[in-house]
Design a protein. Structure first.
Length: 390
């Protein structure tokens, strides 16, 4: 078991964000750096610290945060566009996933719900990417069942004592800060509370990185708590407000991470069209064959359907409308479109798509995770059915 990151983010401040640049274009000037040695990092399942420095310099991490904390002061839509641009530009999907997690896991809920003392102390270094962050929600025995989280926090004077554990925590092996969702009351929506904890706090133990199928450059691990003592001043929001905070975060987690996915799908579609125009079989481009052209037409429909769901749902979240069904549907549509279009791309590239060198098979491995994390497709359909009164 490890209790400290192998390597920490550099402490030099990131440059001030360029407020005149379209958020979608923030990653574009850094394409060469972001795409260097992607296959090698993926094969080693190694977090690319040099590329994290590039992410910091790009300004992507600053988009949704107030300027007084070093942010860009952007909207939810701005953040979605920035991450879509990153997904289009960067072939390292794991790095993009860690960047999205960095934005939404701790920074977003701190800005929305924390006391000013916590904001001023931590947000500038979160926004700059100097501190790497993770949120610990999922548990080994409960998965996406947040209503029945079993990790507990009991009040002890001016602190809380936390016992339990979390599983599948993205960024945990490299994180400096954790946001913990734990039970302070009875099971149910009013029994959850949220605490901000530094990595080196006695009683917090981070497990070794877990080997996984895809998104291999985005590390995850187990995190356990043994009489972890956290000052009451590090509680985010009121006691019992955890489900409200979780709802706020999960809407944005889905919109942000799947905006990345949209960018990745758009880039994949362009590659496939180029392949269909230039790859020749039987004395003609393979795109002339109806079986190929129809598959690509379906890919285009999948990409644009995903775009419409993300755009419309993001607008409704910004307007404060009820988006329970929209979020579940968006997550399902985009994650399944990503997986199906990745498989389509392998088929169109043929033998080349099966080789690791083209990166197409890596797209498939990365895409499978999207139908699982942030609530499986089956859970999303259950939610939609329940909200329809079924």
């Amino acid at each position: 078991m490890t209790t400290a990151p192998v390597q920490s983010a550099p402490h030099a401040p990131a440059p001030a964000p360029d407020l005149d640049l379209d958020p979608y274009e923030l990653a574009t000037p850094w394409a060469d750096e972001l795409n260097r040695d992607v296959e090698e990092f993926d094969a080693r399942a190694e977090f690319p610290w040099e590329k994290w420095r590039t992410i910091r310099r790009s300004g992507i991490l600053t988009v949704p945060f107030d300027t007084r904390y070093g942010g860009r002061g952007g909207t939810l839509t701005d953040t979605m566009r920035a991450l879509e641009g990153l997904g289009y530009t960067c072939r390292d999907a794991g790095l993009g996933f860690s960047a999205s997690t960095q934005i939404v896991s701790v920074g977003v809920p701190l800005q929305a719900f924390a006391r000013e003392e916590l904001k001023s102390r931590y947000l500038p270094r979160i926004v700059s990417g100097e501190l790497v962050t993770a949120h610990a929600i999922t548990e080994p025995d409960h998965g996406s069942d947040a209503m029945n989280i079993s990790t507990t926090a009991r009040r002890d004077g001016d602190a809380y004592v936390i016992d339990g554990g979390k599983m599948f925590i993205t960024n945990a092996p490299i994180a400096d800060l954790f946001l913990l969702y734990v039970r302070t009351g009875e099971p149910g929506p009013f029994g959850l509370s949220v605490f901000l904890v530094e990595r080196d706090t006695p009683g917090l133990v981070v497990g070794e990185p877990l080997a996984k199928m895809g998104l291999r450059t985005s590390p995850l691990s187990e995190v356990t708590f043994d009489r972890l003592r956290v000052p009451a001043s590090h509680r985010v929001g009121q006691e019992g407000a955890g489900f409200l905070i979780l709802d706020h975060v999960m809407k944005r987690e889905i919109l942000f991470s799947f905006s990345l996915t949209l960018g990745e799908m758009s880039h994949r579609l362009e590659r496939v069209i180029h392949q269909a125009r230039t790859r020749r079989q039987f004395d003609q481009p393979i795109g002339r064959f109806q079986a190929v052209s129809h598959r690509i037409a379906d890919m285009k429909i999948a990409v644009e359907t995903s775009r419409k769901w993300l755009t419309d749902t993001g607008a409704k979240v910004e307007a404060g409308q009820d988006t329970a069904i929209d979020i579940a549907a968006t997550k399902t549509v985009v994650s399944e479109a990503n997986k199906s279009t990745a498989l389509d791309a392998v088929q169109i590239f043929g033998g080349q798509g099966y080789l690791t060198g083209t990166g197409i098979e890596r797209d498939v491995r990365n895409a499978v995770g999207g139908t699982i994390y942030s609530g499986t497709s089956e859970i999303q359909r259950n939610r939609i059915a329940a909200l329809l009164g079924l």
